[in-house]
Design a protein. Structure first.
Length: 235
């Protein structure tokens, strides 16, 4: 068939690349979305993967691309061929079957070997993710038994917990001191009122005594000093 011959030529052109160009592209290009893929061949998305791939850090994309880079006869190369042939308008089972026929003709890889390669790549991704998650937990200090020293984030978390405990202790002390202060102020107020009442009572007593003394002193001056009419006559 002419279309198959054209696709085979396109597949051959896909593999004929300049020296050093293919590894570089394999390491930098992320897999492109394929149109109208069958549901059975669609890879399930990991939980919580709502963030678009375009927002991922480039170093992560480069790491994944390096992890999936193979020898040109693996499932990763096959998926690139599928993406290349998809641009010609093929979709669905015809796209994958045509790409496999061309891939098998050029590489000699049979179907079981190709699918086994897909499983190997899936295991690579799963193992790498497990390692990354382990390092992430170590950085967060969630694995205290880890041999690796705690990372900066774990140290900051420890310091934060320590400061929170100190703030809680100081808050408790402040509450106790505030209660003591209120009780002391109440005692001082009561003592102040008592002292002022005692002073007022003393002022009354003092004023009464002074008034009485003044009255008696005036009376004594009036009655004890003889007046001129009462002085004795001399011979």
């Amino acid at each position: 068939m002419d279309i198959l011959n054209n696709l085979t030529k396109a597949a051959k052109g896909f593999f004929i690349e300049n020296d050093g160009q293919a590894p570089a592209e394999a390491a930098t290009q992320a897999p492109q979305p394929l149109p109208a893929q069958p549901a059975a061949s669609a890879a399930p998305q990991p939980a919580g993967s709502a963030t678009p791939v375009t927002q991922a850090e480039q170093r992560h994309l480069d790491h994944i691309a390096t992890l999936l880079a193979g020898d040109g006869k693996d499932f990763g190369t096959y998926t690139k061929m599928v993406g290349s042939m998809a641009s010609s308008g093929l979709t669905g089972p015809l796209l994958y079957q045509t790409a496999f026929n061309a891939f098998a003709a050029l590489t000699g890889v049979d179907r079981p070997t190709l699918l086994a390669s897909a499983e190997q790549l899936a295991h690579k991704l799963a193992d790498d993710r497990a390692k990354v998650l382990q390092r992430h937990r170590e950085k967060l200090g969630e694995t205290p038994d880890a041999k690796a020293p705690p990372g900066p984030l774990a140290l900051l978390q420890q310091r934060e917990n320590q400061l929170q405990a100190e703030v809680a202790s100081l808050t408790q002390q402040l509450t106790a001191k505030s209660q003591q202060l209120r009780e002391l102020q109440q005692q001082a107020q009561a003592e102040r009122q008592k002292t002022q009442a005692a002073l007022a009572s003393y002022e009354l007593a003092n004023a009464a005594a002074a008034a009485e003394l003044q009255a008696h002193s005036q009376a004594a001056q009036n009655f004890l000093n003889p007046s001129p009419s009462t002085k004795p006559q001399t011979a």
